[in-house]
Write a protein that binds this ligand. Structure first.
Ligand code: G6P
Ligand code: ZN
Length: 540
């Protein structure tokens, strides 16, 4: 029996950078999750009959409840099969892999990524398409349009299923298959990396799973398959509230790991991942590697891992990510792509075989093995490179800078800024761009200023208004953007970058190297004047 439930639209269901992300309280309103899920199903109405849908999430508060709802609604939408991770768990990269392996039409990933979880915190729903990647804008726009018109949602009139029992059950006319969330993903990793070499290298490491989804993946792969010591994985059990922590693997929220890695007894390698397992933090003994540098260093050394022994087709990075990877691409004589922020913009380049490795300053790195960024993938590629070269992270970094020069880089975040004030700041800055060229600020000369727009080379779709870039003479720059993933107020992100060529000062303190660019950023945008803030909340 199918229940048809009358509903009224919510006006605020526009998917952001990465799906619909709101406070749990918002999702708990009557029909809220149902309206969004039905809108997704309505948009794919013509393909969904008889198709497979993957469902899973990062285990945060509300995960299980929304999965049960989504299963009943999928049955009503005439899907033939739902594949769901045991316990409702699937990391975002593992979900992407499952969608591809199972030839699924798509997947619902329930996560708010690196945002905190719990009854007062965040939840999210994202729809991924058949290539395993986030739905492109044409689809998210259609979903949003549908949420504004929806009047009915449909669900099979069936009880909850046991999400913890592996195997198949029937829901209405649909089969639900509860699968081990780790198995297929771990098997994929074994095809890409030289597990024997990593095992033989006898490296030591600390991995902080931040009480989020990567725990079971990291324990299986690092401790069981690669033989790292017990307790290498810290905070390895996914919890609905991430034990009250903020599962964002940066130097603020993964402070303990950072302190461990800077201490006298530091292991060889330290890493962390976020709520849904797609981000990564990389810290060698005594050496933090920025995500932008990590992308460049992984790209430069990827051929050392079996999955990339044939070389790379191209490297893609989001616009605010530093240009370090571009130098590697130039050296390898392969194309470098600069896309807007958001992993979804890499999907077409990967599908078209134009790029093999992609990365973002927001701690995301990945490749064409799935269509999401992948935290453990980055960890394993680093380990593979360390094992084959016998070098420490610090040595790999120094060698890299010695060859390519160094892009000093930091991101300053101003969080919880009044939305109107943030909009005014961006508008004022944006309205002046043409006049900035040639202007001198301190010792910096502006060569170019624009509002970044991207034309996808595969389908010619155009995305405008993707962040303001101000380029200085010599390869330095500052970028301004408003975050597209927050759930309260606005977050202003200011990305600072300074290029120091080979032979220059390659081992200086990042803050000192960026001080004049930070001062220029404030002068150009009036950060203090608009936000009332004299310091960023987070520096990564
Ligand atoms: C998510 C996306 C990333 C993107 C990031 C940007 O994590 O998956 O691809 O880089 O959001 O977040 P922001 O808050 O800067 O919009
Ligand atoms: Zn994430």
């Amino acid at each position: 029996m199918i229940r048809a439930v009358k509903t009224t639209p919510y006006p605020d269901q526009k998917p952001g950078t990465s799906g619909l992300r709101k406070k749990v309280r918002v999702f708990q309103q009557p029909d809220y999750a149902e309206n969004f899920i039905q809108s997704v199903f309505d948009v794919i109405e013509r393909e969904r009959a008889g198709a497979t849908l993957v469902i899973g999430g990062d285990g945060r508060f509300l995960n299980r409840e929304v999965i049960q709802v989504a299963i009943r609604m999928a049955a009503a939408a005439t899907f033939a099969r739902v594949v769901v991770g045991q316990g409702g768990i699937l990391s975002t990269p593992a979900a992407s892999n499952l969608i591809r392996r199972r030839g699924a039409l798509g997947g619902l990933i329930l996560s708010a990524s690196h945002n905190p979880g719990g009854p007062e915190e965040d939840f999210g729903i994202k729809y991924n398409v058949s290539n395993g990647g986030p739905a492109p804008e044409a689809i998210t726009d259609a979903i949003y349009a549908r949420t504004k018109a929806i009047d009915t949602w449909y669900a099979a009139d069936t009880p909850d299923i046991d999400l913890d029992a592996l195997g198949e059950v029937q829901v209405g006319g649909m089969t639900v298959e509860v699968v081990d969330p780790v198995a297929d993903y771990a098997a994929l990793m074994e095809t890409l990396f030289d597990f024997d070499a990593i095992r033989a290298a006898n490296l030591t490491m600390a991995f902080d799973a931040m009480s989020a989804v990567t725990g079971p993946y990291a324990t299986e792969i690092l401790e069981r398959r690669l033989g790292f010591a017990p307790c290498t994985v810290r905070n390895g059990t996914p919890r609905p509230d991430f034990d009250g922590n903020h599962p964002d693997p940066n130097l603020v929220h993964a402070r303990e790991l950072y302190d461990t890695m800077m201490g006298d007894d530091a292991p060889d390698f330290g890493a962390a991942s976020d709520g849904d397992g797609d981000r990564n933090l990389i810290i060698g003994r005594g050496r933090f590697v920025t995500p932008s540098d990590s992308l460049a260093m992984l790209a430069a050394n990827a051929h050392l891992a079996p999955g990339y022994a044939g070389g790379l087709k191209g490297i893609a990075r989001s616009m605010p990510t530093s240009a370090a990877a571009d130098r590697v691409a130039a050296d390898l004589n392969i194309p470098a792509y600069e896309t807007p922020t958001g992993w979804k913009f890499f999907g077409n380049l990967l599908d078209a075989g134009r790029a093999t490795i992609c990365g973002e300053e927001s701690a995301g790195t990945g490749s064409d093995h799935v269509r999401e960024k992948d935290g453990l993938w980055a960890v394993l590629l680093w380990l593979n490179i360390m094992a084959v070269t016998g070098k420490s992270v610090d040595q790999i970094a120094r060698d890299h800078w010695g060859r390519y020069g160094r892009n000093y880089y930091a991101r300053h975040d101003y969080e919880g800024v009044d939305s109107a004030a943030a909009d005014t700041l961006m508008q004022e800055l944006g309205s002046n761009l043409a006049s900035l060229s040639g202007k001198k600020i301190g010792s910096l000369v502006i060569t170019e200023a624009d509002n970044f727009a991207y034309t996808d080379p595969t389908d010619c779709s155009v995305s405008t208004n993707q962040g303001i870039r101000i380029l200085f003479d010599g390869g330095s720059r500052v970028v301004f953007r408003l975050s597209g993933t927050g759930t309260s107020g606005a977050t202003l992100r200011v990305y600072l970058e300074r290029y120091e060529p080979v032979g220059g000062d390659l081992d200086a303190e990042t803050g000192a190297m960026l001080a004049d660019i930070a001062a220029a950023a404030d002068e150009l945008a009036g950060i203090r004047r608009h936000t009332g803030r004299s310091e960023p909340d987070v520096v990564t």
